[in-house]
Design a protein around this ligand. Structure first.
Ligand SMILES: Cc1cc2nc3c(=O)[nH]c(=O)nc-3n(C[C@H](O)[C@H](O)[C@H](O)COP(=O)(O)OP(=O)(O)OC[C@H]3O[C@@H](n4cnc5c(N)ncnc54)[C@H](O)[C@@H]3O)c2cc1C
Length: 381
């Protein structure tokens, strides 16, 4: 492979697409093959679902996906997939429990880091590790990166180049259509060893195997013991702080129907089925303060707006704080405010509704995914 090639041979060299119509999203769910998934998911051209952007944006829920899959397959055939879905839910539970502490080293301080920047070569997709460089280029083009390539990228950044995880996590989040604060920050911490018991390493052989790269020689062609102790390779010396800014749209001048409730959507709740049959005002709330902390690229924002406008009828876009929205609701004498529970909606006021969970019974903080999963297993059959 050389630059310009794609990491999706699965699609005959054509980039993976993320259509915004609900029907196409449902078709994608219907096509899931959990058996093939469990055998091939670690390979970048494996039968992964490409559903994360829709899950992260609240368009589809985890139990909705489980239900479709279990219509055609037995639980044991779908177990690996359901366990992966549960990883997402686990991270959401951690976030729900500890809030913005997910932005700090959760379990212990990251060991052996030198700075709070990111290697220039990562941002430029020029690290000399082909499987990673092509993966970063694909991320920029498509807004998606395979789970293994995310792990490799984080590994190279935190454990080889010795960056602290936070800024690089924000850089990746910025470019991901599926950007999710919990999955992102906690996965970076998992790789960097601050939300796990040890740092994650992958060598050249492992990277080539799962990315389909032919590369043999590189500074990662070492034993794991050597990698854990090695100095930062020359190519990763220069560091940078990328500019990560969100360019929010102007927003609409709200025109609310008096007496009718206001259903508040945001970039994590774009569920087209939510109150679909109720007569209400529908407002997509974009709070500048949120995006100052968690910036997203123009590409991601444009896609989110398309997704919202494609599937939610008569949606008005409001750019401002929740308090500003509340003020509008008061002035225009609209009815109650409805919203979904989420760590980013804790300052909202009104009628809070629950999200849909795979395991509603299993709540609170668990120290590891496996202790969480053990508890979930009780509710499976
Ligand atoms: C460094 C790093 C950063 C990440 N950042 C994000 C992020 O911002 N947003 C995000 O949604 N996921 C993130 N992940 C998790 C995972 O990589 C993606 O959810 C997955 O690659 C999405 O692709 P898919 O839908 O094809 O996954 P599939 O393999 O088809 O999985 C189906 C669904 O299960 C869930 N899932 C699968 N694997 C994981 C996992 N390891 N952790 C959490 N949920 C999982 C996702 O909702 C996914 O859509 C990150 C992982 C790493 C290592």
């Amino acid at each position: 492979m050389h630059h310009g090639d794609t990491l999706f041979p699965n699609n005959d060299g054509v980039d993976i697409q993320f259509p915004t119509s609900y029907q196409q999203i449902m078709e994608r769910i219907a096509r899931i093959d959990p058996i093939k998934y469990s055998k091939t998911r670690n390979f970048i051209n494996g039968a992964v679902t490409y559903l994360s952007p829709y899950i992260a944006r609240g368009v589809v829920s985890l139990p909705q996906i489980r239900e479709v899959v279990l219509k055609d397959y037995k639980f044991y055939q779908a177990e690996k997939l359901i366990q992966e879905l549960a990883w997402r839910e686990y991270f959401q539970r951690v976030w729900q429990s500890i809030g913005n502490r997910v932005l700090n080293d959760v379990k212990q301080q990251q060991q052996r880091y030198k700075h709070y920047k990111i290697p220039h070569a990562i941002v430029e997709a020029n690290t000399g590790i082909e499987g990673i460089d092509l993966g970063i280029q694909d991320l920029y083009r498509t807004g998606y990166m395979h789970n293994h390539v995310r792990m490799y990228t984080a590994m190279l950044t935190c454990n080889i180049a010795q960056s602290h995880w936070l800024l690089p996590a924000q850089w990746m989040y910025y470019h991901l259509l599926d950007g999710d604060i919990a999955s992102n920050m906690l996965s970076w911490q998992w790789v960097a060893g601050s939300f796990s018991s040890k740092k994650y390493f992958a060598n050249q052989e492992n990277i080539s195997k799962y990315t389909g790269s032919q590369q043999v020689k590189s500074y990662l062609n070492n034993s794991y013991e050597q990698l854990a102790e090695s100095d930062v390779p020359e190519v990763l010396h220069t560091t940078t702080i990328p500019v990560l800014q969100t360019h929010l749209p102007q927003g609409d001048t709200l025109s609310l129907q008096a007496q009718l409730p206001v259903a508040v959507y945001n970039t994590y709740n774009l569920d087209p089925l939510w109150h679909a049959n109720d007569t209400c005002n529908r407002v997509l709330l974009l709070e500048p303060q949120h995006f100052e902390q968690f910036a997203i690229s123009d590409k991601v924002l444009t896609w989110i707006l398309q997704l919202a406008q494609h599937n939610i009828q008569q949606l008005q876009i409001f750019v401002g704080s929740f308090q500003d929205l509340q003020q509008q609701v008061k002035v225009q004498q609209a009815g109650a405010i409805w919203y979904k529970e989420h760590p980013t909606t804790q300052h909202y006021q009104g009628v809070q509704e629950s999200r849909a969970w795979l395991f509603p019974e299993v709540q609170g903080y668990f120290n590891s995914f496996f202790s969480y999963w053990k508890k979930c297993e009780r509710y499976i059959r």
